[in-house]
Write a protein of this length. Structure first.
Length: 428
């Protein structure tokens, strides 16, 4: 596994930041430009919370894996850069992974209403995804976080798999066109984004293989047709029900070893019937067959990347489009889609409430006193004292004795309110 050799780190001053592209586990991803070469890049931020602890293990693993991979459908590592923090200014040191800039991620592209994908376009995207997936698996890595947001696309039609923060090596033989071999080693089950997590992981299986990545590819394939995630569970338990409402409840015949899984109690008491064909009713037959093979609940019979590339979907019907034949769209990322949806919701609320910014609050703020239950009240009192104004007296209309207990005894003895004792001196 020979990869690109990198020597040392650049200073972050060598790059100019332009715009925010997304958010990750360790920080943000920005678009930037190299000052000397004017190359447009993506800068993935990794916060170093404590210099003594060093860089997070997952970040080191991602860098090592990216350096060892070299394929046209896998994101390339161009450079690494560091920004040193300042202890006096309480700034943390930050490390950046520099990769090529990609115009879109698949999640943002599918949420762009302008985008219209035909079967030849889908074949072009899927074949590149499967080729990149097969290369990663043949290099003895599991990605473990395949989802639409981690599939990047540029305006030349090139697809690249990204975000190897959860990836790791595996010890079983690499998959063949007949599928993955049986798992022999134990790994952590807390991997893969929930909506793309296979049923064996949801049920607590820690002996898994590259088949978990192929389930994610199947979820992405279905998402391309439906233009939205196909299994959007609200919790791990709900995710199990969401999957089996479509695929039907598993048993020992369809999913060997099911009864031995730790979370078997999460399965519904009454088995769900299979509604797969009705759920994907508008998908061509060859695509439906491929999707069924990728979403096989038994990981041993689930299609591998090699097996998927040999399916009828790619050998029948309209031919696959070439990358340079794909349309060019405006930059579309998942973060852009979220911002647009949020803006639309705010505009709808504003139009419904005739532009009143306080109409959606759980309680209307008092025009004289402000919002007494939120930070506005605190800010109001601080500003009032800072400007030298006295806060207006608000009479007690409740009829209750509001004198604090520690002042009541003194008030009885002296006949008047005792002064509050001074605060104790701080011990530095």
């Amino acid at each position: 596994m020979e990869g690109k050799a990198l020597y040392g780190c650049s200073q972050i001053d060598a790059y100019k930041f332009q715009s925010k592209l997304g958010e990750g586990t360790f920080g943000e991803v920005h678009r930037g430009v190299h000052n000397d070469t004017q190359t447009v890049v993506a800068l993935k931020e990794i916060l170093l919370h404590n210099k003594m602890d060093g860089m997070p293990m997952t970040a080191l693993r991602e860098i090592r894996i990216l350096k060892s991979l070299d394929h046209q459908n896998v994101l390339e590592l161009l450079d690494m850069a560091v920004k040193h923090g300042s202890r006096s200014l309480r700034e943390r040191s930050t490390f950046y992974i520099i990769t090529p800039y990609m115009d879109h991620d698949l999640a943002g592209l599918l949420q762009n209403p302008v985008v219209r994908l035909t079967i030849p376009h889908i074949k072009c995207y899927m074949s590149q995804i499967l080729k990149g997936m097969n290369y990663i698996h043949q290099q003895k890595y599991m990605h473990r976080d395949i989802k639409a947001a981690n599939i990047l696309i540029d305006n030349r039609g090139n697809v690249k798999l990204a975000d190897f923060g959860l990836a790791r090596t595996y010890f079983e033989p690499p998959p063949t066109s007949h599928g993955a071999s049986a798992a022999t080693h134990r790994y952590t089950a807390t991997v893969v984004t929930r909506w793309y997590r296979p049923p064996e992981l949801l049920l607590g299986d820690q002996y898994y293989t590259t088949a978990i990545d192929m389930w994610g590819v199947g979820c992405v394939f279905g998402e391309i047709f439906r233009r939205k995630p196909i299994f959007p569970g609200k919790s791990d338990s709900d995710q199990i029900h969401t999957i089996f409402k479509v695929l039907g409840s598993p048993n020992e015949d369809s999913m060997p070893g099911l009864n031995a899984l730790p979370e078997i109690h999460q399965l519904p008491a009454e088995p769900y019937p299979r509604t797969f064909d009705a759920f994907f009713e508008n998908i061509p037959a060859s695509a439906l067959s491929l999707l069924s093979g990728l979403l096989e609940v038994n990981p041993l019979t689930r299609l591998s990347a090699l097996g998927a590339l040999e399916s009828e979907f790619f050998t029948t019907g309209p031919p696959e489009a070439q990358p340079h034949e794909l349309p060019i769209y405006k930059s579309s990322h998942e973060l852009d889609a979220r911002r647009q949806k949020q803006s639309q919701r705010e505009n709808e609320r504003s139009s419904q409430n005739n532009g009143d910014p306080n109409a959606n609050l759980p309680h209307r703020p008092d025009p004289k006193w402000g919002d007494r239950r939120g930070p506005e009240r605190i800010d109001h009192r601080r500003r009032t004292r800072a400007l030298g104004f006295k806060i207006p007296h608000r009479p007690n209309l409740s009829g209750l004795d509001l004198v604090p207990p520690y002042r009541r005894s003194e008030a009885k003895q002296t006949g008047k309110e005792a002064k509050r004792p001074p605060p104790p001196a701080l011990d530095y």
